[in-house]
Design a binder for this molecule. Structure first.
Ligand code: ATP
Length: 367
């Protein structure tokens, strides 16, 4: 983490519903101005954690500090937070200006100042000139932007968003992801964003907390989560990963030689401690870090021979599944179709070679 001060600080935070530990001993900080995502499968506890931040649940144990203040006795409307929900619920009987002004109803601002704030908010969400439109005259993306403006006009220190793009179709969703990120950068407000969509979290976030069964498994930048996951669950949840059971054979400094079963003896770099000879590990490799070729590679190239079992042509890239002798399941390989026609080149049953570089191999502890 950088030297930026924390805006949110969680200390041993837990929320139990009877026997269910929806949030289980969670401690971390969110920096001022960060775009921070809570990511995990359904039921992992991300919405409960988010509701705890907003004050809609009280913790079973632990503390939440926001902007230096402990929040246990602070009700939602007095917190320096504001919320944006999945079903963005803008009011059909109010026009765009009325909807945005609704966010300020408690502030009792003089009319001129309120109008100036609404104009500023309209500009922020690129809807200047749309103030008099009714909500049924807006597209889904525009409605979502109005909901954002209504939350931002109060200038909260933290904006809490629960799958705010969930109701939008894929194209619009992708466009809104970029817009939301640009908006967050320009206003500089800390965003805490709940999503189960890993691509969405990777696209927008400065850092992501990956959750499972109430616990935070890893908090990291998108790149580190993808390239250097610290356990098998994170590696499998973010993107696609091929896994092999392995055993460390030899260690020379941080360079390891690992028996990776169907992949053969592979070289890998140790990241962290505990990778001594004899230790069982999980050997992991991403599909796009494997290359397919027809001919046997030269010496000193990490390679294994297999047979194409299945393939899918996806336009920009193709996915291949390659059977290796002794492997439980086919290995996934993804290749970019740089040249026209390349995606169709590999027929089923064809014998191929897989090659990879030293950096492609990720070693994970056994669960
Ligand atoms: P989703 O993506 O499906 O919304 P989530 O990761 O946000 O899932 P939560 O809604 O936080 O998960 O739920 C975490 C766990 O807590 C689940 O097992 C859920 O059934 C349970 N839970 C949540 N709210 C309550 C409640 N009010 N009473 C009892 N159990 C609850």
């Amino acid at each position: 983490m950088s030297d930026n001060p924390s805006i949110i600080s969680l200390h041993g935070l837990s929320k139990h519903f009877g026997p269910v530990r929806a949030v289980d001993e969670v401690s971390f900080d969110v920096e001022k101005g960060e775009f921070f995502a809570l990511l995990g499968p359904s039921g992992c506890g991300k919405t409960t954690l988010w509701r705890l931040l907003g004050g809609f649940e009280s913790p079973t144990k632990g503390e939440i500090y926001i902007d230096g203040q402990e929040m246990s006795v602070v009700p939602p409307y007095e917190r320096p937070t504001n919320m944006v929900f999945q079903n963005y619920a803008i009011f059909p009987h109010l026009n765009v200006r009325g909807n945005i002004a609704f966010g300020m109803r408690k502030a009792k601002l003089p009319k001129a100042e309120l109008n100036a704030r609404i104009d500023e908010a309209l500009e922020m969400i690129k809807l200047t000139g749309y103030g008099d439109r009714r909500s049924d005259q807006l597209s889904g993306g525009q409605r979502q932007r109005v909901a954002l403006a209504r939350a931002l006009i109060k200038r909260p220190k933290v904006l809490l968003l629960d799958e705010p793009l969930g109701a939008l179709d894929k194209k619009l969703r992708e466009q809104m992801q970029l817009e939301l990120r640009a908006l967050q950068r320009s206003v500089g407000i800390t965003f805490v964003f709940v999503t189960h969509d890993q691509e969405e979290a990777l696209t927008m976030s400065d850092r992501i907390a990956v959750m499972s069964q109430g616990k935070v498994l890893q908090i990291d930048t998108p790149e580190n989560l993808y390239e250097a996951p610290n356990n098998r669950e994170v590696a499998g949840f973010i993107g696609t990963m091929n896994f092999f059971a392995g055993t460390i054979k030899e260690a020379r400094g941080d360079l390891l030689s690992v028996d990776a079963g169907p992949l053969g003896i592979v070289s890998a770099r140790a990241k962290g401690d505990g990778f001594a000879p004899g230790v069982p590990v999980v050997v992991a490799i991403r599909p796009e870090k494997l290359r397919l070729q027809d001919a046997a590679p030269g010496e000193n190239v990490s390679a294994v021979q297999g047979r194409i079992n299945n393939s899918a042509y996806l336009g920009d890239r193709s996915h291949f599944y390659v059977e290796l002798p002794g492997a439980e399941r086919p290995v996934a390989v993804a290749s970019q179709n740089y040249e026209a026609g390349t995606g169709h080149r590999m027929e089923l049953e064809k014998s191929v070679w897989l090659t990879w570089s030293l950096e492609a191999i990720v070693l994970l502890p056994l669960d």
